[in-house]
Design a protein around this ligand. Sequence first.
Ligand SMILES: [Zn+2]
Length: 608
Amino acid sequence: MVVIARTDPHATYDDVAATHPDWIAVDASGNKRRHWASPEMWVTCGLGPYNFEFMTDVKKEIMSRYKVDGIFINRWDGSGMCYCEHCRKNFKDASGFELPRSNNPQDPARLAYILWRQQRLFDLWQTWDRAVRTINPDSCVIPNTGGGATSSLDMKKIGELAPTLMADRQARSGLMAPWAIGKNAKEYRAALGMKPIVGIFSIGLEEPERWKDSVQNGAEIRLWVADLVANGMRPWFTKFGGVLHDERWLKPVEDIYRRLAGWEKYLRNERPLARVGVVYSQQSNWFGTSREEGHVNGWYQALIEARIPFELVHDRLLDAAHISQFKTLILPNIAALSDAQCDQLRAFVTNGGSVIATYETSICDEWGVRRKDFGLADLFGVGWKGRTEGPMQNSYLRLEHDAAPGHQMLRGLEDAPRIINGVWRLEVEPREKFAQVPLTLIPSYPDLPMEKVYPRVEKTDIAEVFLRESGKSRVVYFPWDIDRTFWEVLSVDHFKLLRNAVEWATNEEPSVTVTGHGVLDVTAWRQKNSFTVHLVNLTNPMMMKGPIRELIPISEQKVRIRLPDGLRAKKVHLLAADKSPRAQHNGTELTVTVPSILDHEIIAIDVG
Ligand SMILES: [Zn+2]
């Protein structure tokens, strides 16, 4: 049995505050901070001697007395800005600036602070890690850290330092989709590769009111864990305290582990088989003015609906070793990209890769400073005219069926003459002649009063998607916020454009095709002697706002799988149904019929 201790340094008591008043966090007005939930306690400074000295001694004491295998460190990175004497002095010594009072990342003090805080926390983590390893070389500290584009510590560096991590997205809340835990898994894997990542799931509700002694509905827990496992994480349940106020969670959690234990051989993933990567960018969030996750979420939802297996990709890991597994990279409004990152994307395309980009992608350098033109203008074949339009009311896109007859970008929209536009668009100019322009702009026109609602211009020649081909690679650029608008509005027309863009750009026979009704998260993996295709059934009236009441089976799905490397299937099994399905072989292509899925089915294919 492996034993991990847990420390949480974010709060302390009066006696400590009296002896070491400088250990307590200070707010912007200069007041020491009482704890928001337990007012008899004080909030501590995360970046000063409380953590660097006192908590280092605490960790040494735990490790030398108990020889645990590791120490998990919770809430270790401070509780917001601290203006204590140590933070003021240390930041001034390091950067020459006073602590910033504005949140604008283009303020030099704020920019310096974003970098300084990260360095301080990486130093702290390493200080603690060295201290425990000196006592027990096989141990480590495991910081509670990491996440996606909106997380504050560089995932590339985290991926280099951490032998393992715990992803702390315990349950969904508010309008979070049930795929959010899978997204978390993909965010971590982008930086940690196939190192073991634990998905912490809660047995309770996860809402701002923090009912930490609550019990969640069993169906909700079961689906959350199914998506966690399908996306490659190891499930770890968490329960506050040792008292069972409500025992209803025991059976569902027992059932989950019992089922997973039976499937274990097929959960030892070696690599994902996805051919599409969606890039996320922390630097665009740190240094850009927009902290909008809607662009990534829009693509995420569209790829789920399109049943296309995909991975997330960290924008600072665009070297060939990290991206050569993909045919298509999607850049959802990745505004901040350095010249070197733009070169990496160009090299990807030169080597046969395809790129899809939206809106302000590459319009800033890596520090969030606007360029005069896109860093990727040559890749898009399009330049920026320096103006942005929006928020647009009542604007449309004309589908150019005559100019681009039967174009793959218009699949499923054959009977649509026009569809809604997005909300923001860049004014751009083509720098070359585009062979086919399937979408053009119908500019905004009044939406009131009623008799004024008619288009002032029926047709323009302003393209709203740019398609380039060169050899096997294809480049798609949307100069508007199609992904963010899709996440906001969920128009099926935008979904079709997003799906069609991926299929046109990827331009190869997909490795997995799943046909049937409903919403499924589809992931595909290679194990040592097998392949698996996970089908997680997200079809539910509570899908976009939970908790899920009951699991509802969906009808028959046909799954076509192209086995790589000329391998042939020896045995095909449905792990959840515990049945051998109807399977047809056609060379290296396998067609499997899955009669029904309750929450999670895995097609396990043993290969020779
Ligand atoms: Zn401080």
